[in-house]
Design a binder for this molecule. Structure first.
Ligand SMILES: C[S@@+](CC[C@H](N)C(=O)[O-])C[C@H]1O[C@@H](n2cnc3c(N)ncnc32)[C@H](O)[C@@H]1O
Length: 268
């Protein structure tokens, strides 16, 4: 059977596109993309994933670029509902997994309110996949048995989830690239030791992936000396150091910053 998960007319599918590498798309997501009549996609969705959409399907970019231009959320919800009412099979495609910092709840509520049938198709989240592509297991026997996934946005908004969760064995911080200095300061203020291993994982799972590892206290300086930027996943905790031994993906450059703060560039 070539496409067992065919998109149905008048339905909306809230679908995770995975973190970048098109190989991490689920079978269901692939089939829905290949059979839908309209796709509304986020800025973080890789072009390689959009390649699975039928040429005749309508494609609408509804990207939100970090702190940059935004497509208004009510407009996105309006488009989904209008296209479904027109009888199209609609895929709402989101980076990673829609359940995690993906405004899934708001969009599902809008669909429920409009009596549009919908399905939620989870995807491979960057919170797990990006560390994996940098050779970083998030738990490790004897090293890490607990994990917290936290937004880095809140450091500069007076909220304190980072502080309250700072002592999870492993912290995975999303949306923290631009507020990296505040994130680090918050964790140090919460008592996380300065020499805690940390990693800044930029554009993970793509050809442009960069992994920058440094003790927590040196992470900002190390990132500033590189050209790595958003989107990035930040990993803090003993497991971050394992990436040095276990990295396997073949990005262009992998950088390691040791205790002394020196950068070794390893071109693979
Ligand atoms: C609005 S959140 C959406 C997360 C998404 N729903 C998921 O499950 O991956 C966007 C954040 O995800 C992270 N992110 C997404 N894709 C990434 C990638 N390929 N490499 C590094 N970070 C990524 C970054 O922290 C970025 O700021």
């Amino acid at each position: 059977v070539s496409a067992p998960f065919e998109a149905r007319a008048g339905h909306v599918y809230l679908v995770g596109a995975g973190p970048g590498d098109p190989g991490l798309l689920t079978l269901k997501a692939h089939d829905l993309l290949a059979s839908c009549g309209c796709v509304l996609y986020d800025q973080l969705v890789d072009p390689g994933v959009l390649a699975f959409v039928r040429p005749e399907a309508e494609r609408i970019a509804v990207g939100k670029v970090g702190h940059g231009p935004q497509t208004a959320q009510p407009w996105i919800e309006h488009l989904m509902i209008a296209r479904a009412r027109r009888g199209l099979a609609v895929v709402r495609l989101k980076g990673g997994c829609p359940t995690l910092f993906g405004r899934l709840g708001e969009e599902a509520m809008a669909l429920r309110g409009a009596a549009i049938p919908y399905e939620i198709v989870p995807g491979v989240t960057s919170a797990l996949a990006v560390p994996a592509y940098a050779g970083i297991p998030l738990t490790h026997r004897g090293l890490a048995a607990s994990l917290a996934i936290v937004t880095g946005h809140c450091a500069d908004r007076g909220q304190r989830p980072l502080r309250s969760l700072a002592h999870a064995d492993t912290l995975v911080i999303l949306m923290g690239a631009r507020s990296l200095a505040e994130v680090v300061a918050e964790l140090l203020a919460a008592g996380r030791p300065p020499d805690t291993p940390a990693a800044f994982l930029s554009r993970g799972t793509s050809r442009d992936q960069q992994a920058i590892r440094a003790p927590l206290v040196d992470l900002c300086r190390a990132v500033a000396r590189s050209n790595a930027g958003a989107p990035a996943v930040i990993v803090v905790g003993g497991v971050a150091a394992l990436g040095e031994r276990l990295s396997w993906f073949r990005p262009d450059i992998d950088e390691f910053v040791g205790e002394t703060g020196s950068i070794d560039r390893i071109v693979v």
